[in-house]
Design a protein around this ligand. Structure first.
Ligand code: ADP
Ligand code: MG
Length: 266
């Protein structure tokens, strides 16, 4: 179009958009004194609307802690976490509960369905607890997208692992949250079921404009995302736009080969 030099690939959205979630100087220490473990070391990160972010890094690098702090399931030692305009570190328990309930969806590695409830009851349980009227059209869209239409009367033990995780995804999206956090959602699934779940998360972003943050060990899973944040020793050490499984694998090899002292430099 113009003769100006090509702009570098942008990872962040235009500044006119506000992040859905944001970590600012997020610091988390477990324990105290000599035995204290720095799980997160002053992490800054923005999560933009309609963006699918994968978080990767070695075991113990702080992935789950980052996600739990962002999702109001854990409290930082210092720094701030924003969901929209709300600084979670300034809110009381009641307000945090409301934000978790109304604005955040979760998908866990272990599905975490209620065994005595049907798929339909599991999907709508958070809405029932919040006394919210389900948006039927939206629920229908979600249920059809995850392909659970003819399984709604089944209890979890009548469903395969992949089907259970699709129920969990539908439950996370039922209230149309601002952001969905998924901690290794395919970790307990075979590759075919995993691909179905990843395909659904991808569609929720591409077709419905949802914002998704997913922790994963699997470069193939990260390839479904719009960008990857790489964590090591509690800090973000790399970021990749439009990842492919191959490029992610390559970056992970370099991170693994890093000398341990490199972490201290920041
Ligand atoms: P990841 O999810 O990347 O494997 P985590 O966020 O679970 O990493 O853990 C980061 C670091 O914090 C690790 O050293 C871990 O041992 C430590 N850690 C995590 N949770 C706790 C806890 N509840 N108590 C003490 N240490 C913890
Ligand atoms: Mg973890």
């Amino acid at each position: 179009m113009s003769h100006a030099a090509a702009e570098p690939a942008t990872i962040t959205a235009p500044p006119s958009l506000a992040p859905v979630a944001r970590a600012v100087g997020l610091h988390k220490v477990y324990g105290a004194g000599d035995t204290g473990v720095v799980a997160l070391d002053r992490v800054d990160a923005d999560f933009w609307p309609g963006q699918f972010t994968a978080i990767m890094g070695p075991s113990g690098s702080g992935k789950s802690t980052l996600m739990h702090c962002l999702a109001a399931l854990d409290t930082p030692t210092s720094g701030a976490v924003f969901i929209g305009d709300a600084d979670l570190t300034r809110l009381g328990d009641r307000e945090l509960t409301r934000i978790r309930r109304d604005r955040i969806g979760f998908v866990f590695q272990s599905f975490n369905l209620v065994p005595t409830l049907t798929a339909w009851e599991n999907i709508t349980l958070p809405l029932a607890i919040a006394r919210r009227t389900p948006n039927r059209a939206w629920l229908d869209t979600v249920i059809d997208t995850v392909g659970l239409r003819n399984r709604l009367d089944h209890k979890p033990n009548q469903l395969s692992g992949g089907q259970q995780q699709r129920v969990a995804c539908a439950r996370a999206l039922a209230g149309r949250p601002d952001i969905v956090f998924a901690d290794e959602p395919t970790g307990n699934l075979d590759s075919v079921s995993g691909a179905e779940v990843l395909g659904f998360l991808r569609r929720s972003v591409s077709e419905f404009g949802q914002t998704v943050v997913m922790v994963t060990h699997d470069p193939g899973a990260a390839g479904y995302a719009d960008r990857v944040l790489f964590l090591a020793d509690g800090g973000i050490v790399d970021e990749m736009a439009d990842p492919t499984a191959e490029r992610v694998l390559d970056t992970m090899k370099h991170l693994d080969a890093r000398p341990a002292t490199a972490a201290a430099g920041g």
